[in-house]
Design a binder for this molecule. Structure first.
Ligand SMILES: [Zn+2]
Ligand SMILES: [Zn+2]
Length: 354
């Protein structure tokens, strides 16, 4: 009994000591954490191959677990960003990819959820790199207006940063972006090919958003197709044609229908109308599964997941019918997911970076 009492007193004493020392302990722990985290670059440890890092798997609907649409495609040493939704820059940093590494951005279309993180990506990239030319931003017709709009909005801040840190640290020539327009075409077109990487753009079906694009990436016999926002279209299946990974947007119409019905019951006609409009230009899980089967994709990864689900326990309901329509691997994309396709192999590896 006496022994138990002594142990209890000792434990209380240790706890009190730790509590009293929380300030210097905090300093110690923080210093270690800074050293451990400083200069993290997850791309440095990647094998030669084609990799996709999902840096945003959400939509315009607020979701604390999913940033706005954002995917990094890494091919050898080249790093491309596809769309820059809300929170993209912060998520990329949190995942451990230095923003200065991004060589170019590809926009699928100009819905706000796909571009509203572009300003922060451009600013963080400029601060994090010694680049002296702006970020190339590719996109459909109108990309020049988007880029010049961000440039106008950030012009004052360019000046503040240069005044504060000096032009040798933040050269004006490296700020912002330069637009490259992908002209309208019924056929897929190669927008660039460099060091073994070929990137093709193709038109998808997202009316009234016109044009809206998807992208295909090929590198050392590995391939990834990113659908962008689209209603189900055979073009995506055709572009995949045996691709290793199809990253496709998805919206569950039954679930969104329940939101619309509730809005209607509550007399909220605006939300009821919006919720009943959106399924028309997105793709249901079963329709995407059909596209993946038709395109013979080896793996299907869902992104741009609508609606928000507060728990993964709802995924089986969300994915109802998918397994009957497609027999390959189906992955519910999440922020921080890395999918790796080592060069000249048929392996597909997956890891979580968050
Ligand atoms: Zn979208
Ligand atoms: Zn859209």
């Amino acid at each position: 009994m006496r022994r138990v009492f002594l142990i209890a007193v000792l434990m209380v004493g240790i706890a009190a000591g730790l509590w009293m020392a929380r300030d210097p302990l905090g300093e110690f722990v923080y210093g270690r954490a800074v050293k451990a985290g400083y200069g993290t670059d997850v791309t440095a440890g990647l094998d030669d191959g084609l990799h996709v890092i999902l840096c945003g798997t959400g939509s315009p609907l607020p979701d604390p677990d999913r940033s706005g649409p954002c995917a990094l495609v890494i091919a050898g040493k080249q790093v491309l960003l596809v769309d820059a939704g809300s929170g993209a820059g912060r998520r990329i940093g949190q995942i451990g990819v230095p923003l200065g590494k991004i060589d170019a951005t590809l926009l699928t279309h100009f819905h706000s959820d796909h571009i509203d993180g572009l300003g922060e990506v451009l600013m963080l990239r400029w601060a994090a790199s010694r680049r002296t030319i702006p970020m190339p931003v590719y996109g459909p017709e109108g990309v020049d207006k988007v880029v010049s709009g961000f440039d106008t909005a950030y012009t004052a801040d360019y000046g503040y940063r240069i005044a504060h840190h000096g032009a040798d640290i933040m050269p004006r020539s490296g700020a912002g972006a330069r637009a490259f327009t992908i002209s309208r075409s019924a056929e897929a077109q190669t927008i660039f090919a460099k060091d073994g990487l070929k990137v093709q753009a193709f038109a998808v079906k997202h009316d009234p958003v016109e044009p809206a694009l998807g992208y295909r990436f090929d590198y050392k016999r590995r391939s990834v197709v990113i659908s962008g926002d689209t209603a189900p279209t055979a073009t995506v299946a055709r572009m995949c044609k045996g691709c290793d990974v199809l990253v496709h947007e998805v919206l569950n119409p039954q679930m969104v229908g329940k939101i619309a019905a509730t809005a209607k019951e509550r007399g909220d006609r605006r939300i009821a109308k919006i919720m009943s409009d959106i399924p028309g230009y997105h793709s249901s899980p079963v329709a995407v599964a059909g596209i993946a089967r038709q395109g013979n994709a080896k793996m299907l990864v869902f992104t741009h997941v609508v609606p928000r689900m507060p728990t993964r326990l709802l995924h089986p309901y969300f994915l109802r019918g998918v397994a009957d329509a497609y027999s390959g691997d189906v992955v519910m994309g999440e922020d921080g997911m890395l999918i790796s396709l080592p060069a000249r192999s048929d392996r597909i590896k997956r890891a979580e970076l968050l």
